[in-house]
Unconditional design. Structure first.
Length: 278
């Protein structure tokens, strides 16, 4: 069937459980690899679960279905969040997750559309995903298609100038099919964003570029589902959701902790994390 995968009209409790299952996948695959980015994966997974569980149209049996919605994970180092949801949607299996970051694995350290079914963007240097998503949304309009393009960026990534070029261009071209999610977890690679280079009131700045903007608690599933519905039906122009999140959400010692931006849990930390997530 071309369209939403079966069962993708999930309830709030189902979405919350989906996110929790994905959190377990995230910490386990990063622990096994001995490397990866747990913090930003855990902050993003509630929103990703809500998106895949309620709005995104895709076909597991035909990953290249031309009229599927696109999800662009611009902060591609948060690949464990993507792989965990793709596992739960049926694109990947546990054996795939167990090879995370291994040579030749379909689960590379950064998401790569040439390696992994269900991935629509090859990430690398930050700041490129919104421009790519804009191109996808313009292509959909040229095809007279109603498919949507959803792009997730980090708040540290908002420091990249290319983000603002894409914001300006999307407004100029009135691209209603483009939806942006900002994972506003306030921590980037080395430290807190306000220490590295504060980005300020992101919502007001993006709104000043002509976008429809909504701010939410990025861990409240009811707010997430409502915001996704709002963005999908916002009408003229591109729409942005500013999701206020906690880096490392769900694992107490990772929460709001810059050291777990790119640090794998050791054996003891994994056991503690899984206990907290049980």
């Amino acid at each position: 069937m071309e369209g939403r995968a079966e069962g993708m009209d999930m309830s709030i409790p189902e979405l919350e459980e989906l996110a929790n299952v994905c959190r377990k996948h995230i910490v386990k695959m990063i622990h096994k690899a001995g490397a990866g980015h747990p913090g930003g994966s855990l902050s993003a997974i509630d929103i990703i679960a809500g998106l895949y569980g309620t709005r995104l149209r895709f076909n597991v049996d035909n990953p290249d279905w031309e009229d599927r919605d696109r999800f662009v994970m611009s902060k591609g180092h948060a690949s464990p969040a993507v792989y965990s949801i793709l596992r739960e949607m049926g694109f990947l299996n546990d054996d795939d997750l167990s090879t995370f970051r291994a040579l030749g694995s379909v689960c590379q350290g950064h998401v790569d559309m040439k390696w992994t079914d269900g991935v629509d963007f090859s990430a690398g240097s930050l700041g490129m995903g919104l421009s790519f998503g804009l191109g996808c949304a313009l292509a959909a309009r040229m095809d007279s298609s109603e498919r949507e393009t959803w792009v997730m960026v980090g708040d540290g990534e908002v420091q990249e100038g290319q983000i603002w070029e894409a914001l300006m261009a999307a407004d100029f071209h009135d691209v209603s099919g483009l939806k942006l999610i900002v994972d506003r977890n306030r921590i980037q690679n080395d430290d807190f964003v306000n220490v590295q280079m504060e980005v300020g009131d992101v919502a007001s700045k993006i709104e000043s570029f002509g976008w429809n903007v909504k701010e939410i608690n990025g861990h409240d599933m009811e707010e997430i589902v409502g915001a996704l519905e709002w963005a999908s039906s916002a009408g003229s122009g591109p729409s942005a959701i500013i999701a206020h999140t906690v880096k490392g959400k769900g694992v107490s010692f990772m929460e709001d902790n810059p050291s777990f931006h790119g640090k794998a849990p050791n054996d003891e930390e994994l056991a503690l994390a899984l206990e907290e997530l049980s």
